[in-house]
Ligand binder design. Structure first.
Ligand SMILES: C[S@@+](CC[C@H](N)C(=O)[O-])C[C@H]1O[C@@H](n2cnc3c(N)ncnc32)[C@H](O)[C@@H]1O
Length: 261
């Protein structure tokens, strides 16, 4: 059963210094293990089917989603793909760092973008990495319905699954990475060391939010059910799990049957 318990980073009052510690960690962890690499072929397929060469990444945090696999997407798509990173609480220092190291392939918006209310001028394949679980079913359906309304393809990927191994995996990796890798996370911040080793607010938040995230992840059939509850017959939906090393990535892809340009 899906449980929508509270994640600390969902609170508007949550201190930015800790929020950034969380999203920096997520980018670092997904980058070192190249967690999202297998999702690149799904994106490249969407690009080939639709001819849309730009990606609007929603809920990008510190850039730890599409931002970590831009090279793979480019090489599989065979043409330069532009990625725009956006978030309701953008981690600007991190997004700047990711953009500056991307050879102009990745840019970001400094102003907040709410995934439930994407501005009409943002055109491209919409991606949500490890963030669809933030939304209760009503809002999750609004996100899908808005893609359909704008005839924009959408891809949802969640690193993990709603299961005991999923929860155990989050606890194990969080403890190991926070303990041994924190000083190597970029961009370097003294505050990260303080809030990890002296006052461990970052690891404790990561543990709580990580476990709650796993309990919130929608299963593939639950996401497909959502698509049937919105008016989306003109989209082809596929959902499932990708097994990558020891990790499972839950996903759903929606592509319009025809693209009106
Ligand atoms: C678990 S983090 C994932 C970040 C990034 N995609 C990654 O994989 O590293 C979830 C992100 O969703 C963002 N978020 C939460 N609610 C949002 C909303 N309504 N609109 C846009 N972003 C939102 C948070 O600010 C946070 O950066």
């Amino acid at each position: 059963m899906r449980l929508h318990l509270l994640e600390l980073e969902d609170f508007e009052w949550f201190p930015n210094i800790i929020r950034e510690g969380i999203t920096d960690y997520l980018r670092f962890a997904t980058e070192i293990f190249n967690v999202y690499k297998p999702t690149a072929k799904f994106i490249a397929d969407m690009i080939n089917k639709t001819g849309i060469y730009s990606i609007i990444d929603l809920c990008s945090g510190g850039g730890g989603g599409a931002g970590t696999i831009s090279d793979e997407i480019n090489s599989l798509a065979g043409k330069e793909v532009k990625i725009l990173l956006t978030d309701k609480y953008p981690n600007i220092t991190a997004l700047n760092y990711v953009s500056e190291n991307s050879n102009d392939k990745i840019s970001f918006l400094e102003e907040p973008v709410d995934a439930v209310n994407v501005p009409d001028n943002l055109k491209g394949i919409r991606t949500l990495y490890s963030s669809f679980h933030h939304f209760k079913p009503e809002d999750a359906k609004k996100i899908l319905a808005d893609s359909v309304k704008n005839n924009m393809p959408i891809a949802v990927f969640e690193a993990g699954e709603r299961s005991l191994p999923g929860i155990a995996g989050v606890i194990f990796t969080t403890i190991i990475i926070c303990t041994f890798a924190t000083p190597f996370m970029k961009p370097f911040k003294w505050s990260r060391l303080f809030f990890t080793y002296i006052l461990p607010v970052i690891p404790l938040t990561l543990l709580w939010d990580g476990v709650v995230s796993m309990l919130r992840i929608y299963k593939p059939d639950e996401m497909i059910k959502m698509t049937k509850e919105i008016n989306s017959e003109n989209f082809k939906w596929t959902a499932g799990k990708i097994i990558h090393k020891m990790l499972k990535i839950t996903y759903m892809i929606g592509v319009p049957e025809s693209i009106k340009n």
